[in-house]
Design a protein around this ligand. Structure first.
Ligand code: NAP
Ligand code: GLV
Length: 315
């Protein structure tokens, strides 16, 4: 019998259990009770952990763990644990529901800024009937920071809509219709041509604070910024200053350094900012369980799991 420990305070464990059993009927599932400091069963009986924000120091107490699966694409919630067991692979969530959801959200927000919907909403509030200048899609330059599982799909779909799309990643990419920039050397040129900037990077020591004053200053004046990576990518005070000066015209923020976003945050009622509560994309239990089951099968065959984090790169 293979035993999997499930830990999330956000998701319904019963939904996950039935999705996992559909794809791996012989799995034994132990649910880590919400709010409990540690799992209640025998730690030595756990083969796999499927987790979101596990409490610090607990994963190291599972001596027979073969892999740690993240319930989300991001793994910063796992790597914040200084006592994370060394030799155990940590696996990112890669599943088509998460990718489709993120592409939907990014396309929606890019089009919202491209078609000046914040301005039209403001006009509507004031009963103003006024046509604003129109920019053709092929003249609108969108730039995506991070061309991984999520960024590459969003970039390809935006290019399919006819927008002028570029992306920035550590290594060069070959995505039809998408101009690739890479490494520190490519960043400046990428930013200089980007009117709508989307952050889909993982949070690492290299990417923390990348959405800050230096980056905003390199964008064309009046650019829009969409952050769907992590809150710590953004320097909030720098964005507020850039909005104030008009260097950044508008923003969409889905993720924040402090979540839930505190009531006192100036973003809540900022006229030029759209706030959503970390919902750009949500892991879909059925397709995610299929991906986890396939990876367990790989490990049980003695193969390496797909989408394991490269600890040296940090993502
Ligand atoms: P991924 O497949 O690991 O892709 C990461 C991309 O970032 C890769 O293209 C990588 O370049 C690039 N990158 C990383 N560090 C870099 C650096 N220092 N310089 C330049 N490029 C760098 O990750 P993913 O699955 O697309 O997910 C991305 C992130 O989205 C997650 O980590 C998570 O934080 C966020 N997310 C948010 C939500 C939400 O609801 N808001 C939902 C899901 C995910 P290479 O390709 O060259 O390695
Ligand atoms: C959500 O933020 C994720 O990382 O999947």
């Amino acid at each position: 019998m293979t035993k999997l420990l499930f830990k999330s305070d956000l998701d319904r464990a019963d939904l996950w259990a039935s999705a996992l059993l559909k794809h791996k009927p012989d799995l034994e599932i132990e649910v880590w009770p919400s709010g409990a400091p540690a799992p209640e069963g025998d730690p030595a009986s756990i083969d796999y952990a499927l987790v979101w924000k596990p409490p610090l120091g607990v994963l190291k107490s599972l001596p027979n763990l073969k892999a740690i699966f993240s319930l989300g694409a991001g793994i910063d919630h796992i790597f914040r644990d200084p006592e994370l067991p060394e030799g155990v692979p940590v696996v990112r969530m890669v599943e088509r529901g998460l990718t489709a959801g993120m592409t939907e959200y990014v396309v929606m927000q890019v089009l919202y800024h491209h078609r000046r919907m914040l301005d039209y909403r403001a006009q509507q509030r004031n009963r103003v009937w006024n046509e604003l200048p129109f920019v053709a899609s092929w003249d609108r330059r969108v730039g995506i920071l991070g061309l991984g599982q999520l960024g590459s799909d969003a970039a390809a779909k935006l290019a399919g809509l006819g927008l002028d799309v570029a992306g920035w990643s550590r290594s060069p990419k070959d995505i039809p219709g998408v101009t690739s920039y890479s490494g520190a050397a490519g960043l400046e040129e990428f930013l200089a041509r980007t009117e709508i900037l989307v952050c889909l990077l993982p949070l690492t020591e290299e990417t923390r604070g990348i959405l800050g004053a230096e980056t905003f200053a390199k964008l064309p004046k009046g650019a829009s910024v969409i952050n769907v990576g992590r809150g710590e990518h953004l320097v909030e005070a720098d964005l507020l200053a850039a909005l104030e000066s008009g260097q950044v015209d508008s923003a969409t923020l889905d993720v924040f350094a402090e979540e839930p976003l505190p009531e006192s945050s100036p973003f809540w009622d900022h006229e030029r900012v759209i706030v959503t509560p970390h919902v750009a994309s949500i892991t879909v239990p059925d397709t995610a369980a299929e991906a986890v089951a396939a990876n367990i099968a790989r490990i049980e065959r003695g193969e390496a799991p797909a989408n394991a984090v490269d600890r040296a790169k940090g993502y």
